[in-house]
Design a protein around this ligand. Structure first.
Ligand code: BGC
Length: 742
């Protein structure tokens, strides 16, 4: 019998009161029992109890995934407690990514709210709904920085920015684990995918990544550090490789950094099948080699595959895996189960009255949908629509009545029957006052059959205004659903053109799992609302927004490129030695024949598209307008460990109240390594009445100015810093301060 080496693993000493129990349990368990705790299985197609009951009973598994029948979960937990060798309860995992039965907007949409508190609240609802079934562990939040809209999983991300992703990740972890891990309506969270998965080459899911050490530390790792600091219970490894080592076998990441440097005391779980895939990657020769590599790297729990069950015991007996590796993993797993209160209350509370939970979830889904929507264009104040000025509304498009499609990716348990489509939302809201006519025009977002377009034109020509619901079906984003062409799919561009030609005001509403390239339709839309995949309450929120009972406040959490060839395009890029000037415009068609080699200028741009995005990070309009003035700093010079206060006056210059997301950006223009042209360092949602002015203040501490530099770690360098405050990443109000070196 080997007990955990508490000296070697500082996390084991954190057991406090529960330590003796875990230690005693560990002392009694055989090697096989311990490896069982390190294994997680799924029921497949079979009945959960039939498929998994014996594995639980014989101690072959310590965790299950994808069992959501509360009766089956309860029975499996009963077997675990009463019939398995040591009575150890199960972790019950499920992908609760953006809601459970009630679906919130996709995480990318939630990020567009720039409202971490709302994200936190929505996650408490998702956790509560999931826990009713006995699920006690979710595989969320996904905090992979995503700079490539081709990547299908950008939908699950919080976008391209480090600071925003840190805030949202923290909020979601706190929401899932609200009131503590042992609270009946909370679930353990999982920070995924550690790390760099979002950098998949060309946005092809699972593709390799090329991330420099600086980018890794300055861009990809901070959200995970924020999640660890927020007490996240688990971390999932990435499918991808990093500098030649697949993350699932990356000991420097999983053990040296995550555990030893960051002090993470929770569990590390592999992604689905990612241990045997070490062999597919070409790192190991077979399943045994893969099991050894993953265990040695620090993977505590194997998801879905069974290389640990089949090979770890012999690897330990042959001296290929030290026993203490197993002991540390099992100690962490048992510690988590103790912290989750599973030994005393492992079963779903199926007697619970779920009506309050459902009511709260619907409220959170509505508010999240509302705040996630970004108004991208509003010519001639087309929006909000004024009921008294119109009689007949044409409701057109393949996403107009998409109660299911608007839920987006990862909705295993989502209930499409309670989802309110835009068509339903509009009928509920104005169906009694206005004549609404519905014509989908295209059967799905991918349809190329043009016959419906003519019908849509006829409907539009009879109406006062056209509401055009475009986008992507749910299946076009998410895991393994990347796209190389991110224009509106099918014949939707033709549909927009045909409706524009009718001459009535056309309001576009796009529901999609990613930023789409919209240059080819922008001129033909009078107004455009980007609704992402807005979830269960999407239609109700859209109707309220379009008719002015709510005012848009969302801002883009990700840059919208003009064309796919600009990707990757993100605001916090490097300046380069040859940045294009803002006014640089080059069109390939205008280049004179035999133009001299250098006559077009020598800077970082494409010949055939503007060097700017279609919409920049942080962009979003309101029905009112805001102006910024009087940017001032509390002092011109600070020292390390101090802070500077940044103040700005924000005025609502329009004629109705509204909410603005005030954004603070910083640049370190001279540093030991080149630094981004701007970095978001703060934001606040401020609601002002028409005509109101308010001072908005940020505290900028020197900790926020640190960056990672190879060979030196996180450093703070003295010198000048630039500051901008405004309503998007192109903010122009500017100030500077000095960081002294005394
Ligand atoms: C995904 C994970 C997910 C897991 C379990 C994998 O394919 O990459 O994000 O949590 O499946 O469903």
């Amino acid at each position: 019998m080997t007990t955990p080496n508490t000296k070697a693993d500082p996390n084991v000493t954190e057991f406090d009161a529960t330590a003796p129990d875990v230690m005693a349990l560990m002392g009694a368990m055989s090697l096989g029992d311990k490896i069982g705790q390190m294994s997680l299985a799924q029921p497949g197609e079979g009945h959960p109890v039939e498929a998994l009951g014996d594995l639980v009973r014989t101690g072959k598994i310590g965790a299950i995934i994808n069992v959501v029948d509360p009766v089956a979960v309860a029975e499996l937990q009963r077997i675990a407690l009463e019939e398995s060798p040591y009575g150890i309860p199960l972790l019950v995992g499920r992908d609760v990514i953006h809601g459970f039965k009630t679906i919130m907007p996709i995480p990318l949409g939630q990020a567009a709210s720039w409202n971490p508190e709302l994200v936190r609240m929505a996650s408490t609802s998702a956790a509560a709904e999931a826990s009713l079934t006995g699920v006690n562990w979710t595989y969320a939040p996904m905090m992979d920085i995503s700079r490539d809209p081709r990547w299908g999983r950008i939908a699950e991300s919080f976008g391209e920015d480090v600071f925003l992703t840190c805030q949202m990740s923290k909020a979601m972890v706190e929401g899932f684990q609200w009131e503590g891990l042992s609270a009946p309506a909370s679930v353990a969270a999982c920070a995924k995918h550690f790390v760099g998965y979002g950098a998949a080459e060309s946005g092809r899911d699972y593709a390799t990544t090329n991330i420099s050490e600086h980018e890794l530390h300055n861009v990809y790792l901070p959200p995970f550090k924020a999640a660890v600091d927020s007490g996240v219970a688990s971390v999932m490894t990435s499918f991808s490789d990093l500098d030649g080592i697949p993350a699932t076998a990356h000991r420097p990441l999983l053990t040296d950094l995550l555990r030893d440097q960051w002090g993470f005391g929770g569990i590390v779980v592999s992604d689905w099948n990612s241990i045997p895939e070490l062999t597919t990657h070409g790192l190991t020769a077979d399943d045994q080699g893969a099991a050894i590599a993953a265990a040695h790297a620090g993977v505590d729990l194997e998801m879905a595959s069974d290389t640990y069950l089949s090979h770890l015991a012999s690897a330990v007996e042959d001296g290929k895996v030290p026993m203490e590796v197993i002991d540390h993993a099992v100690a962490r797993l048992l510690k988590l189960k103790v912290e989750m209160g599973l030994f005393s209350a492992p079963c779903p509370n199926i007697e619970a009255e779920p009506s309050n939970i459902k009511k709260r979830a619907l409220e959170h889904a509505y508010q999240s949908a509302l705040e996630s929507m970004v108004l991208l264009k509003n010519e001639h104040h087309t929006l909000p629509l004024k009921k008294e000025q119109i009689k007949k509304v044409a409701v057109i498009g393949p996403l107009a009545d998409g109660a299911y499609e608007q839920l987006g990716t990862w909705i295993f348990d989502g209930d499409p029957d309670i989802s309110i489509s835009a068509w339903a939302g509009l009928q509920n809201k104005v169906g009694g006052d206005l004549e609404l006519v519905f014509e989908p025009a295209l059967e799905t977002s991918r349809s190329r059959d043009m016959t419906g377009i003519q019908r849509a034109v006829e409907v539009a020509s009879q109406a006062d205004v056209v509401l055009l619901f475009l986008g992507e079906e749910a299946i076009l984003s998410g895991e393994a659903h990347s796209r190389a062409d991110i224009d509106l799919p099918g014949a939707q561009v033709d549909l927009v053109k045909s409706l524009h030609a009718v001459g009535k005001p056309v309001v576009g509403v796009i529901m999609a799992g990613r930023p789409l390239t919209l240059s080819n339709v922008m001129d033909q839309l009078d107004a455009l609302v980007y609704a992402w995949h807005p979830g269960t309450m999407g239609g109700a929120a859209i109707a309220d927004l379009l008719f002015g009972d709510a005012v848009p406040s969302g801002k883009l959490p990700v840059t919208f490129p003009r064309v796919v060839g600009q990707i990757p395009l993100y605001y916090n890029a490097k300046n380069t030695g040859k940045p294009p000037t803002p006014e640089l415009v080059t069109y390939i068609d205008d280049i004179p024949v035999r133009a001299p080699q250098t006559s077009l200028g020598m800077s970082a741009f494409h010949l055939d598209v503007a060097h700017t995005p279609l919409f920049c990070f942080g962009y979003g309009l309101s029905y009112t307008q805001f102006s910024y003035s009087n940017l001032r700093l509390s002092r011109p010079k600070i020292q390390a460990g101090e802070h500077v206060d940044v103040h700005v006056d924000l005025t609502n210059t329009g004629d109705r109240s509204g909410t603005e997301v005030v954004q603070l950006y910083v640049r370190d223009p001279v540093a030991s390594i080149t630094r981004p042209v701007r970095e978001l360092k703060g934001f606040q949602r401020i609601t002002l009445a028409a005509g109101e002015t308010r001072q908005v203040s940020f505290t900028l501490h020197t900790d926020a100015l640190k960056f990672y530099c190879s060979g030196r770690g996180w450093i703070l360098e003295p010198g000048l810093f630039e500051v901008w405050v405004g309503g998007d990443s192109n903010a122009t109000l500017h100030a500077t301060f000095d960081l002294g070196d005394e």
